[in-house]
Design a protein around this ligand. Sequence first.
Ligand code: PLP
Length: 402
Amino acid sequence: MQHSSKLQNVRYELRGPILHAAKKMEAEGQRILRMNLGDPAPFGLEAPESIVVDMIHHLREAQGYSDSKGIFSARTAISQYYQTKGLMQIGVEDIFIGNGVSELISMTLQAFLENGDEILIPAPDYPLWTASVTLSGGEAVHYLCDEDNNWWPDMADLEAKITERTRGIVIINPNNPTGAVYPQHIMEQFVELARKYDLVLFSDEIYEKITYEDAVHIHTASVADDVPVLTFSGLSKAYRMPGYRAGWVAITGPRAATAAYRESLELLASLRLCSNVPAQHAIQTSLGGYQSINDLVRTGGRLREQRDRACELLNAIPGVSCVPAAGAMYLFPKLDPEIYPFGSDEQFVLDLLEEQKILVSHGTAFHWPTPDHFRFVILPSVNEIEEAVRRISSFLALYRKK
Ligand code: PLP
């Protein structure tokens, strides 16, 4: 059977050949320590019970299709949530609910891009952004984030890459895979560039509630209401329910300028009828009341301890350096290329898997330009993290001696 050439340049290596190799090993009975996906469920980080109960409670009335933009109570709850955070401009009509942020990334880009339009995406990125731009006929252009400066974006590099075909900038804040959380002055620079070059800001804020120490997440839309901003968030991470599939996008900026775009997005939303209705019922309960994620990220909280321990142990390996994550659930350590001159980081990850039965993700899968980083997920328990770093350390020690 033929297959579409539109997929020729679309890559999503996080679920590619290395994961398949790991699954094959597991099928043969080997136990793999999986540090590869940002899924809290396998590590005992469960969704709050009240949310699960709420979904079960609504199952009977959630049998039919919903409005394509999402059920009214959920969209109201999302708009009220943003209003309590000072984003008074976000109303119910500005919100579209989807099967996770993933579906909305794809839909919002499809509704936006002409063939050959360019979108600026951070390097490293969450690779779905690059894949979705490519699938929508656009060109992904990567701007560098600077490891020596907290992994914040290199604004000069970003501006230098703006061309006549540039239509938008993707901001991932807090960032996957680096854990960076951007301060006010960086957010202001994004907005200034959007103003200056007439660009739309695609702000992926799925990790907005996962910040450590004194890092404060700033909503892009709060920095300027005169620039079109698409704010993405959802229940997958802070509420630990990625399998239920619930995310949303809020559109802000000048109404007249975004009117035609909203209609296109509504058309696309209606083509897929609606998103998973039981999960939509969980949104209102999730956003209201006590936020259990705070217990995990505060000093002494499980995620915070795991981040600290992982960072400390990784930094103790000769030739490995790791910027502590200010947010999200990942570290993106560097392997000094003088000590570990890997030609292919994919091969490094595969060899590590085969020899030490541990699965991490290679840095170039996140469009990092050189084969000298990998992503380490901090969701496993401290014991598992200690075991994982011990195995990585043994593998690298052998490699150093070669
Ligand atoms: N955006 C980022 C930055 C992510 O890391 C992820 C998942 O890992 C997603 C979006 C996808 O989220 P969802 O489960 O809502 O589709």
